[in-house]
Ligand binder design. Structure first.
Ligand code: 1CP
Length: 324
């Protein structure tokens, strides 16, 4: 999840006041930061240190990540002329450091490496809003009011995202996660019409990589069946949706695996309370195959590492999958 490294003092030390997008262009730093959480606890997979805005920065979109805020795009992208300036991604020349870091990581890691990208809608929302947004109203206004611009933008982003994911898999990523973090802002009918076709194309193109895929969004209780249709071997269930009900809505274990869904805020409580929440997630999964235990969204920066370590141990003990 986003900000995985942010709760670690060693991450803050390595980053210093360097810009996160600059950090992503240094293969050795990317390797180091990706490995940091694994040195602290025996999680079952590593997530590449990167950000969903990396491929957009790489094709020249004026984006920076503001500390404490997130991605800011100035000027934002709102006209057909703006959209036409988004050129295709050429991973070998645009994100060579990321590909190099993936290869280096594969040589070091004993657990699978997860590569990722933002989904077209979530990327579009940053481009159109110009930054993080609560209600995504400009994005929706464009989607409703300027369908030709919306379609052109989503087509270009679909291509960029697919090419970016396929390159990560070729470089060695063993799982690919697609973050459609903000898609929960949409009515299901709007999702079906204006988002799902593009997400489906991403998953169809990525199938060529022959690696498992995860499809994640927040506030998606109403969208889960449509997200499953969009694609992904596993569907993320956010922390506001009961895992068992969400899994049923997604079609159940015969249709897809699920990832989730501890409330990240539960990690801030006393251990007894945290433990109760972890056990509740495990109980909802009922030990069925196809449950990937995870947080229901990104880890909060103020989280105590010891709490995460205890959660990892508890999950391993309870699921009898303690690594050797
Ligand atoms: O090690 C890790 O943290 C994993 C690498 C990672 C991932 C998977 C980062 C680094 N970003 C992401 C994905 C990401 N980035 C998502 C999708 C996952 C999610 O929903 O959380 C999103 C929406 C972003 C955009 C983004 N980047 C935000 C959110 C802003 C908003 O709209 O609320 C923020 C705060 C960032 C900055 C960022 N990216 C990553 C980190 C560690 C940080 C924190 C800032 C920093 O350390 O400087």
């Amino acid at each position: 999840m986003r900000q995985a490294g942010r709760y670690l003092p060693e991450y803050r030390e390595v980053r210093g006041d360097r810009d996160i997008l600059e950090t992503c262009k240094d293969a050795e730093l990317v390797v180091e930061i990706t490995l940091q959480p694994l040195r602290r606890m025996p999680v079952d997979a590593a997530i590449l240190f990167s950000d969903i805005m990396v491929p957009l920065a790489a094709i020249g979109v004026p984006v920076r990540i503001e500390p404490g805020r997130g991605p800011v795009v100035t000027p934002p992208i709102r006209t057909m002329a703006d959209v036409e300036r988004l050129r295709p991604l050429e991973p070998e020349s645009d994100v060579p450091e990321m590909l190099e870091a993936i290869a280096l990581l594969r040589a070091e890691l004993e657990v699978p490496l997860i590569g990722f990208a933002g989904a077209p809608f979530t990327l579009a929302s940053y481009l159109i809003e110009g930054g993080p947004s609560k209600n995504h109203e400009r994005t929706k206004a464009l989607l409703f009011g300027e369908p030709a611009i919306w379609e052109a933008l989503m087509r270009r982003l679909t291509d960029i995202v697919s090419v970016h994911l396929l390159a990560q898999a070729r470089a060695g990523a063993q799982v690919l996660q697609v973050f459609d973090s903000w898609v929960g802002a949409l009515h299901p009918d709007v999702y079906r019409r204006a988002v799902q076709p593009y997400v489906r194309e991403v998953f169809q193109r990525v199938r060529a990589a022959e690696v498992p895929t995860i499809h994640f969004g927040v506030g998606t209780g109403e969208l889960l069946p449509l997200m499953v249709e969009g694609g992904g071997d596993a569907i993320g269930i956010d922390f506001k949706t009961p895992l068992d009900a969400g899994w049923s809505r997604a079609g159940g274990p015969a249709v897809c695996a699920v990832q989730g869904n501890l409330d990240p805020a539960a990690l801030l409580a006393l251990w007894e309370a945290t433990e109760g929440e972890v056990r509740a997630v495990l109980a909802a999964a009922e030990g069925r195959d196809g449950h990937i235990f995870n947080l229901g969204h990104g880890v909060l920066p103020e989280t105590d590492v010891a709490q995460l370590q205890r959660v990892v141990d508890l999950v391993h003990t309870e699921t009898e999958r303690v690594p050797q």
